[in-house]
Design a binder for this molecule. Structure first.
Ligand SMILES: Cc1cc2nc3c(=O)[nH]c(=O)nc-3n(C[C@H](O)[C@H](O)[C@H](O)COP(=O)(O)OP(=O)(O)OC[C@H]3O[C@@H](n4cnc5c(N)ncnc54)[C@H](O)[C@@H]3O)c2cc1C
Length: 377
Protein backbone atom coordinates (compact mmCIF):
# COMPACT_ATOMS: atom_id res chain seq x y z
CA UNK A 1 0.00 0.00 0.00
CA UNK A 2 1.38 3.41 -0.94
CA UNK A 3 0.91 6.05 1.74
CA UNK A 4 0.85 9.83 1.26
CA UNK A 5 -0.09 12.80 3.40
CA UNK A 6 -2.25 14.29 0.66
CA UNK A 7 -3.91 12.98 -2.50
CA UNK A 8 -5.04 15.46 -5.17
CA UNK A 9 -7.48 14.42 -7.90
CA UNK A 10 -6.90 16.24 -11.19
CA UNK A 11 -3.74 17.63 -12.81
CA UNK A 12 -5.51 20.72 -14.18
CA UNK A 13 -4.35 24.08 -12.85
CA UNK A 14 -6.41 23.86 -9.63
CA UNK A 15 -5.03 20.42 -8.73
CA UNK A 16 -1.48 21.52 -9.56
CA UNK A 17 -1.90 24.67 -7.46
CA UNK A 18 -3.18 22.62 -4.48
CA UNK A 19 -0.26 20.20 -4.89
CA UNK A 20 2.15 23.17 -4.95
CA UNK A 21 0.89 24.72 -1.73
CA UNK A 22 0.75 21.39 0.10
CA UNK A 23 4.18 20.27 -1.05
CA UNK A 24 5.91 23.53 -0.23
CA UNK A 25 4.67 23.06 3.33
CA UNK A 26 6.46 19.75 3.47
CA UNK A 27 3.50 17.43 2.83
CA UNK A 28 4.00 14.25 0.81
CA UNK A 29 1.65 14.64 -2.15
CA UNK A 30 0.36 12.41 -4.95
CA UNK A 31 -1.66 13.76 -7.90
CA UNK A 32 -4.06 11.41 -9.70
CA UNK A 33 -5.00 12.34 -13.26
CA UNK A 34 -7.29 10.10 -15.25
CA UNK A 35 -5.89 11.09 -18.66
CA UNK A 36 -2.34 10.46 -19.89
CA UNK A 37 -2.00 14.23 -19.50
CA UNK A 38 -4.49 16.84 -18.36
CA UNK A 39 -6.79 17.78 -21.23
CA UNK A 40 -9.52 19.79 -19.55
CA UNK A 41 -10.18 23.53 -19.37
CA UNK A 42 -6.65 24.14 -18.13
CA UNK A 43 -5.10 23.43 -21.55
CA UNK A 44 -7.98 24.97 -23.53
CA UNK A 45 -7.94 28.56 -22.31
CA UNK A 46 -6.39 31.87 -23.45
CA UNK A 47 -3.63 31.80 -20.84
CA UNK A 48 -4.81 35.15 -19.55
CA UNK A 49 -3.97 35.80 -15.90
CA UNK A 50 -6.61 38.51 -15.68
CA UNK A 51 -7.10 40.17 -12.24
CA UNK A 52 -8.89 43.09 -13.92
CA UNK A 53 -11.91 40.81 -14.47
CA UNK A 54 -12.44 40.15 -10.77
CA UNK A 55 -14.93 42.07 -8.64
CA UNK A 56 -13.44 44.60 -6.23
CA UNK A 57 -12.58 43.37 -2.77
CA UNK A 58 -12.02 39.74 -1.79
CA UNK A 59 -12.00 38.22 -5.29
CA UNK A 60 -9.66 40.84 -6.73
CA UNK A 61 -7.37 40.32 -3.73
CA UNK A 62 -7.31 36.55 -4.33
CA UNK A 63 -6.47 37.21 -7.99
CA UNK A 64 -3.58 39.49 -7.02
CA UNK A 65 -2.30 36.99 -4.46
CA UNK A 66 -2.53 34.27 -7.12
CA UNK A 67 -0.59 36.53 -9.49
CA UNK A 68 2.22 36.81 -6.91
CA UNK A 69 2.47 33.02 -6.74
CA UNK A 70 2.47 32.76 -10.54
CA UNK A 71 5.32 35.28 -10.69
CA UNK A 72 7.38 33.18 -8.26
CA UNK A 73 6.68 29.88 -9.99
CA UNK A 74 6.89 30.73 -13.70
CA UNK A 75 10.54 31.89 -13.75
CA UNK A 76 11.57 29.19 -11.29
CA UNK A 77 10.01 26.51 -13.53
CA UNK A 78 11.46 28.10 -16.70
CA UNK A 79 7.99 28.62 -18.21
CA UNK A 80 7.49 31.35 -20.84
CA UNK A 81 5.29 34.23 -19.70
CA UNK A 82 4.96 37.91 -20.47
CA UNK A 83 3.67 40.77 -18.32
CA UNK A 84 1.76 42.19 -21.24
CA UNK A 85 -0.96 44.04 -19.32
CA UNK A 86 -4.31 44.41 -21.04
CA UNK A 87 -6.35 46.85 -23.09
CA UNK A 88 -10.12 47.20 -23.22
CA UNK A 89 -10.75 49.06 -26.47
CA UNK A 90 -13.63 51.49 -27.04
CA UNK A 91 -15.07 52.22 -30.50
CA UNK A 92 -18.46 53.53 -29.35
CA UNK A 93 -19.50 56.34 -27.02
CA UNK A 94 -21.17 53.97 -24.57
CA UNK A 95 -18.06 51.76 -24.37
CA UNK A 96 -15.83 54.77 -23.64
CA UNK A 97 -18.36 55.93 -21.04
CA UNK A 98 -18.37 52.59 -19.18
CA UNK A 99 -14.56 52.59 -19.16
CA UNK A 100 -14.46 56.17 -17.83
CA UNK A 101 -16.84 55.19 -15.03
CA UNK A 102 -14.73 52.15 -14.16
CA UNK A 103 -11.55 54.24 -14.15
CA UNK A 104 -13.18 56.91 -11.98
CA UNK A 105 -14.03 54.33 -9.29
CA UNK A 106 -10.79 52.36 -9.74
CA UNK A 107 -8.59 53.93 -7.01
CA UNK A 108 -11.24 53.27 -4.35
CA UNK A 109 -11.74 49.75 -5.69
CA UNK A 110 -8.04 48.88 -5.75
CA UNK A 111 -7.45 48.71 -9.52
CA UNK A 112 -4.51 50.46 -11.21
CA UNK A 113 -5.86 51.56 -14.57
CA UNK A 114 -5.76 54.56 -16.89
CA UNK A 115 -7.37 55.74 -20.12
CA UNK A 116 -5.14 55.70 -23.19
CA UNK A 117 -5.65 57.94 -26.19
CA UNK A 118 -5.72 56.40 -29.70
CA UNK A 119 -2.14 57.66 -30.25
CA UNK A 120 -0.84 55.91 -27.12
CA UNK A 121 -2.73 52.73 -28.02
CA UNK A 122 -1.24 52.59 -31.51
CA UNK A 123 2.26 53.27 -30.20
CA UNK A 124 1.97 50.24 -27.89
CA UNK A 125 -0.27 48.01 -30.03
CA UNK A 126 0.30 49.01 -33.68
CA UNK A 127 -1.99 46.30 -35.10
CA UNK A 128 -5.11 47.82 -33.56
CA UNK A 129 -7.60 49.16 -36.11
CA UNK A 130 -7.41 52.98 -35.74
CA UNK A 131 -10.71 53.68 -37.54
CA UNK A 132 -13.28 55.07 -35.06
CA UNK A 133 -11.00 54.14 -32.15
CA UNK A 134 -11.96 56.36 -29.20
CA UNK A 135 -9.56 55.14 -26.52
CA UNK A 136 -8.82 52.16 -24.30
CA UNK A 137 -8.44 51.27 -20.67
CA UNK A 138 -4.88 50.17 -19.91
CA UNK A 139 -4.29 47.81 -16.99
CA UNK A 140 -0.73 46.66 -16.20
CA UNK A 141 -1.64 43.68 -13.99
CA UNK A 142 -2.42 41.02 -16.62
CA UNK A 143 0.10 38.29 -17.50
CA UNK A 144 0.09 36.02 -20.53
CA UNK A 145 1.07 32.33 -20.28
CA UNK A 146 0.72 29.48 -22.74
CA UNK A 147 -1.67 27.09 -20.95
CA UNK A 148 -0.46 24.06 -22.90
CA UNK A 149 3.14 24.73 -21.83
CA UNK A 150 2.15 25.48 -18.22
CA UNK A 151 0.18 22.26 -17.77
CA UNK A 152 2.84 20.18 -19.52
CA UNK A 153 5.74 21.63 -17.50
CA UNK A 154 4.41 22.13 -13.96
CA UNK A 155 4.18 18.41 -13.05
CA UNK A 156 7.91 17.87 -13.75
CA UNK A 157 8.72 21.04 -11.81
CA UNK A 158 6.65 19.97 -8.80
CA UNK A 159 8.31 16.56 -8.83
CA UNK A 160 11.86 17.92 -9.17
CA UNK A 161 11.44 20.73 -6.64
CA UNK A 162 9.10 19.22 -4.03
CA UNK A 163 8.96 15.48 -4.72
CA UNK A 164 5.29 15.51 -5.74
CA UNK A 165 4.35 12.17 -7.32
CA UNK A 166 2.07 11.98 -10.34
CA UNK A 167 -0.08 9.05 -11.45
CA UNK A 168 -1.25 9.79 -14.99
CA UNK A 169 -3.86 7.55 -16.59
CA UNK A 170 -5.26 6.75 -13.13
CA UNK A 171 -8.88 7.55 -12.20
CA UNK A 172 -9.86 8.08 -8.57
CA UNK A 173 -13.14 6.21 -8.12
CA UNK A 174 -13.92 6.41 -4.40
CA UNK A 175 -12.71 7.43 -0.98
CA UNK A 176 -13.11 5.80 2.43
CA UNK A 177 -10.40 7.69 4.28
CA UNK A 178 -7.56 7.03 4.48
CA UNK A 179 -8.16 4.66 1.53
CA UNK A 180 -8.50 6.23 -1.92
CA UNK A 181 -9.72 3.71 -4.47
CA UNK A 182 -8.30 4.19 -7.96
CA UNK A 183 -8.38 2.39 -11.29
CA UNK A 184 -4.85 1.21 -10.42
CA UNK A 185 -5.50 -0.04 -6.87
CA UNK A 186 -5.83 1.56 -3.46
CA UNK A 187 -3.56 4.21 -1.96
CA UNK A 188 -3.72 5.84 1.44
CA UNK A 189 -3.79 9.56 2.13
CA UNK A 190 -4.60 11.58 5.22
CA UNK A 191 -6.52 14.16 3.15
CA UNK A 192 -8.10 14.19 -0.30
CA UNK A 193 -8.55 17.22 -2.58
CA UNK A 194 -10.98 16.78 -5.46
CA UNK A 195 -10.05 19.22 -8.25
CA UNK A 196 -11.96 17.49 -11.02
CA UNK A 197 -13.03 20.57 -13.02
CA UNK A 198 -16.23 19.99 -14.96
CA UNK A 199 -16.27 16.26 -14.08
CA UNK A 200 -18.68 15.94 -11.20
CA UNK A 201 -20.07 12.43 -11.60
CA UNK A 202 -17.30 10.15 -10.32
CA UNK A 203 -16.40 11.45 -6.85
CA UNK A 204 -18.94 12.96 -4.47
CA UNK A 205 -21.66 13.38 -7.13
CA UNK A 206 -24.32 13.96 -4.43
CA UNK A 207 -22.34 16.89 -3.01
CA UNK A 208 -21.59 18.37 -6.42
CA UNK A 209 -25.31 18.17 -7.23
CA UNK A 210 -26.08 20.51 -4.32
CA UNK A 211 -23.55 23.21 -5.21
CA UNK A 212 -25.58 25.08 -7.82
CA UNK A 213 -22.91 24.70 -10.50
CA UNK A 214 -23.68 24.83 -14.18
CA UNK A 215 -21.55 23.83 -17.13
CA UNK A 216 -20.46 26.32 -19.78
CA UNK A 217 -19.03 25.52 -23.24
CA UNK A 218 -16.69 27.97 -24.98
CA UNK A 219 -15.43 27.87 -28.58
CA UNK A 220 -11.84 28.90 -29.24
CA UNK A 221 -9.41 29.30 -32.15
CA UNK A 222 -5.66 29.56 -32.54
CA UNK A 223 -3.77 31.05 -35.47
CA UNK A 224 -0.61 29.76 -37.08
CA UNK A 225 2.59 31.44 -35.79
CA UNK A 226 2.51 35.05 -36.91
CA UNK A 227 6.22 35.76 -37.49
CA UNK A 228 7.24 39.19 -36.20
CA UNK A 229 3.60 40.29 -35.70
CA UNK A 230 3.34 41.21 -32.02
CA UNK A 231 0.06 41.96 -30.29
CA UNK A 232 1.48 43.96 -27.37
CA UNK A 233 -1.03 43.98 -24.49
CA UNK A 234 -3.71 41.26 -24.41
CA UNK A 235 -6.89 42.59 -25.94
CA UNK A 236 -10.57 42.91 -25.16
CA UNK A 237 -13.15 45.32 -26.58
CA UNK A 238 -16.68 46.60 -26.04
CA UNK A 239 -18.45 43.21 -25.88
CA UNK A 240 -16.25 42.17 -22.96
CA UNK A 241 -17.66 44.94 -20.77
CA UNK A 242 -20.89 42.87 -20.68
CA UNK A 243 -18.99 39.81 -19.54
CA UNK A 244 -16.78 40.52 -16.52
CA UNK A 245 -18.49 41.31 -13.23
CA UNK A 246 -15.83 43.92 -12.46
CA UNK A 247 -17.80 46.30 -14.75
CA UNK A 248 -21.19 45.47 -13.20
CA UNK A 249 -21.39 48.66 -11.10
CA UNK A 250 -20.76 51.07 -13.99
CA UNK A 251 -23.96 53.14 -14.32
CA UNK A 252 -23.86 53.13 -18.15
CA UNK A 253 -23.49 49.37 -18.50
CA UNK A 254 -27.25 48.57 -18.78
CA UNK A 255 -27.58 50.99 -21.74
CA UNK A 256 -24.56 49.42 -23.45
CA UNK A 257 -26.03 45.95 -22.93
CA UNK A 258 -29.36 47.09 -24.29
CA UNK A 259 -27.70 48.57 -27.41
CA UNK A 260 -25.73 45.36 -28.11
CA UNK A 261 -28.89 43.26 -27.64
CA UNK A 262 -30.80 45.49 -30.07
CA UNK A 263 -28.14 45.89 -32.77
CA UNK A 264 -26.44 42.48 -32.64
CA UNK A 265 -28.62 39.92 -30.81
CA UNK A 266 -26.43 37.10 -32.18
CA UNK A 267 -23.72 38.04 -29.68
CA UNK A 268 -26.14 37.52 -26.78
CA UNK A 269 -27.58 34.39 -28.38
CA UNK A 270 -24.18 32.66 -28.22
CA UNK A 271 -22.70 34.59 -25.27
CA UNK A 272 -19.93 35.99 -27.47
CA UNK A 273 -17.31 38.47 -26.41
CA UNK A 274 -13.93 38.60 -28.11
CA UNK A 275 -10.45 38.56 -26.63
CA UNK A 276 -6.96 37.84 -27.98
CA UNK A 277 -3.67 36.73 -26.43
CA UNK A 278 -0.36 35.78 -28.04
CA UNK A 279 2.07 33.13 -26.84
CA UNK A 280 5.86 33.13 -27.12
CA UNK A 281 5.69 31.22 -30.42
CA UNK A 282 3.67 34.07 -31.95
CA UNK A 283 0.36 32.14 -32.13
CA UNK A 284 -2.75 34.15 -31.31
CA UNK A 285 -5.38 32.50 -29.11
CA UNK A 286 -8.85 33.84 -29.92
CA UNK A 287 -12.34 33.40 -28.51
CA UNK A 288 -14.94 32.97 -27.22
CA UNK A 289 -18.62 32.03 -26.83
CA UNK A 290 -20.65 30.85 -23.82
CA UNK A 291 -23.34 28.17 -24.07
CA UNK A 292 -24.86 26.70 -20.92
CA UNK A 293 -26.37 23.45 -19.65
CA UNK A 294 -28.71 21.77 -22.10
CA UNK A 295 -27.46 24.03 -24.95
CA UNK A 296 -24.10 22.22 -24.84
CA UNK A 297 -23.50 19.75 -27.65
CA UNK A 298 -20.27 18.04 -28.79
CA UNK A 299 -20.52 19.88 -32.10
CA UNK A 300 -18.81 23.20 -32.70
CA UNK A 301 -20.58 25.86 -34.71
CA UNK A 302 -19.01 27.58 -37.70
CA UNK A 303 -21.50 30.42 -37.18
CA UNK A 304 -19.94 31.11 -33.77
CA UNK A 305 -16.38 31.00 -35.11
CA UNK A 306 -17.34 33.42 -37.89
CA UNK A 307 -18.95 35.87 -35.45
CA UNK A 308 -15.83 35.80 -33.27
CA UNK A 309 -13.47 36.35 -36.21
CA UNK A 310 -15.56 39.12 -37.77
CA UNK A 311 -15.77 41.02 -34.49
CA UNK A 312 -12.05 40.48 -33.91
CA UNK A 313 -11.30 42.04 -37.29
CA UNK A 314 -13.29 45.10 -36.32
CA UNK A 315 -10.48 45.97 -33.88
CA UNK A 316 -7.40 43.94 -34.89
CA UNK A 317 -5.70 43.84 -38.29
CA UNK A 318 -4.52 40.34 -39.34
CA UNK A 319 -0.84 39.78 -40.21
CA UNK A 320 -1.56 39.54 -43.95
CA UNK A 321 -4.01 42.45 -43.83
CA UNK A 322 -6.86 40.21 -45.06
CA UNK A 323 -7.89 37.54 -42.57
CA UNK A 324 -6.48 35.46 -39.72
CA UNK A 325 -5.03 32.09 -40.71
CA UNK A 326 -6.61 29.63 -38.26
CA UNK A 327 -4.49 26.60 -37.37
CA UNK A 328 -6.74 24.93 -34.78
CA UNK A 329 -10.22 25.11 -33.28
CA UNK A 330 -11.58 23.51 -30.12
CA UNK A 331 -14.01 24.00 -27.29
CA UNK A 332 -13.60 23.83 -23.54
CA UNK A 333 -16.06 23.31 -20.71
CA UNK A 334 -15.93 24.63 -17.18
CA UNK A 335 -18.20 24.54 -14.13
CA UNK A 336 -19.37 27.88 -12.78
CA UNK A 337 -21.62 29.33 -10.13
CA UNK A 338 -23.85 32.32 -10.88
CA UNK A 339 -22.67 34.36 -7.87
CA UNK A 340 -19.61 32.69 -6.37
CA UNK A 341 -16.15 32.89 -7.98
CA UNK A 342 -14.86 29.80 -6.15
CA UNK A 343 -16.31 26.92 -4.17
CA UNK A 344 -14.40 25.12 -1.44
CA UNK A 345 -16.52 22.54 0.41
CA UNK A 346 -15.81 19.63 2.75
CA UNK A 347 -18.33 16.81 2.24
CA UNK A 348 -16.66 14.84 5.04
CA UNK A 349 -13.65 15.33 7.31
CA UNK A 350 -10.37 15.36 5.39
CA UNK A 351 -12.03 15.71 1.97
CA UNK A 352 -12.11 19.06 0.15
CA UNK A 353 -13.76 19.80 -3.17
CA UNK A 354 -12.16 22.79 -4.93
CA UNK A 355 -14.36 23.81 -7.83
CA UNK A 356 -16.51 26.47 -9.48
CA UNK A 357 -13.65 28.70 -10.63
CA UNK A 358 -15.49 29.16 -13.93
CA UNK A 359 -13.89 31.38 -16.54
CA UNK A 360 -11.16 32.64 -14.21
CA UNK A 361 -9.51 29.45 -13.01
CA UNK A 362 -6.08 30.26 -14.43
CA UNK A 363 -6.18 33.69 -12.82
CA UNK A 364 -7.45 32.53 -9.44
CA UNK A 365 -5.88 29.06 -9.12
CA UNK A 366 -2.93 29.66 -6.82
CA UNK A 367 -4.92 32.02 -4.57
CA UNK A 368 -7.96 29.73 -4.34
CA UNK A 369 -5.75 26.69 -3.72
CA UNK A 370 -3.87 28.48 -0.95
CA UNK A 371 -7.18 29.09 0.83
CA UNK A 372 -8.38 25.53 0.18
CA UNK A 373 -5.37 23.78 1.72
CA UNK A 374 -4.86 26.17 4.66
CA UNK A 375 -7.08 24.21 7.06
CA UNK A 376 -5.02 21.03 6.74
CA UNK A 377 -1.56 22.58 7.17
C1 LIG B 1 -12.09 28.06 -23.47
C2 LIG B 1 -11.71 28.53 -22.11
C3 LIG B 1 -11.02 29.72 -21.96
C4 LIG B 1 -10.63 30.14 -20.69
N1 LIG B 1 -9.81 31.22 -20.55
C5 LIG B 1 -9.31 31.54 -19.34
C6 LIG B 1 -8.31 32.53 -19.19
O1 LIG B 1 -7.78 33.04 -20.17
N2 LIG B 1 -7.95 32.90 -17.93
C7 LIG B 1 -8.46 32.29 -16.82
O2 LIG B 1 -8.13 32.69 -15.71
N3 LIG B 1 -9.31 31.24 -16.94
C8 LIG B 1 -9.73 30.85 -18.16
N4 LIG B 1 -10.60 29.81 -18.30
C9 LIG B 1 -11.01 29.08 -17.10
C10 LIG B 1 -9.95 28.06 -16.67
O3 LIG B 1 -9.38 27.44 -17.79
C11 LIG B 1 -10.60 27.01 -15.76
O4 LIG B 1 -11.28 27.66 -14.72
C12 LIG B 1 -9.54 26.12 -15.14
O5 LIG B 1 -8.69 25.59 -16.11
C13 LIG B 1 -10.21 24.98 -14.35
O6 LIG B 1 -9.16 24.19 -13.85
P1 LIG B 1 -9.47 22.84 -13.08
O7 LIG B 1 -8.15 22.31 -12.64
O8 LIG B 1 -10.53 23.09 -12.07
O9 LIG B 1 -10.17 21.90 -14.17
P2 LIG B 1 -9.59 21.05 -15.38
O10 LIG B 1 -8.55 21.78 -16.13
O11 LIG B 1 -10.79 20.59 -16.13
O12 LIG B 1 -8.88 19.84 -14.69
C14 LIG B 1 -9.58 18.81 -14.01
C15 LIG B 1 -8.79 17.54 -14.19
O13 LIG B 1 -9.30 16.54 -13.33
C16 LIG B 1 -9.21 15.30 -13.99
N5 LIG B 1 -10.15 14.38 -13.34
C17 LIG B 1 -11.49 14.56 -13.18
N6 LIG B 1 -12.02 13.54 -12.48
C18 LIG B 1 -11.00 12.71 -12.17
C19 LIG B 1 -10.91 11.49 -11.44
N7 LIG B 1 -11.99 10.93 -10.85
N8 LIG B 1 -9.70 10.88 -11.32
C20 LIG B 1 -8.59 11.42 -11.89
N9 LIG B 1 -8.63 12.60 -12.59
C21 LIG B 1 -9.81 13.23 -12.72
C22 LIG B 1 -9.56 15.62 -15.43
O14 LIG B 1 -9.08 14.64 -16.32
C23 LIG B 1 -8.89 16.98 -15.60
O15 LIG B 1 -7.58 16.89 -16.16
C24 LIG B 1 -11.02 29.38 -19.55
C25 LIG B 1 -11.74 28.19 -19.72
C26 LIG B 1 -12.07 27.76 -20.98
C27 LIG B 1 -12.82 26.46 -21.12
Amino acid sequence: MQRFDEAVVGAGIVGLACAYHLARHGRRVVVLERHPRAQGASVRNFGMLWPIGQTPGAMHQIALRSREHWLNILPDAGIWHEKTGSLHLAYREDEAQVLQEFIHAAPANGYEVEMWSPETILRNAPRINPENLMGAMWSPSEICVDPRAVIATLPGYLTAKFGVEFRFGVTAVGCERPAVRTSAGVIEAENLYVCSGDEMQILYPETFATLGLKLCKLQMLRTAPTGDYRLGPMLAAGLTLRHYKSFANCPSLPALKERVARETPEFDRYGIHVMASQNGGGELTLGDSHEYGAEITPFDSEVIDRLILDYLQSFLTPPNGKEFEIASRWHGIYAKHEEKAQIIVRPEPGVTLVTGVGGAGMTMSFGVAENAVRENL
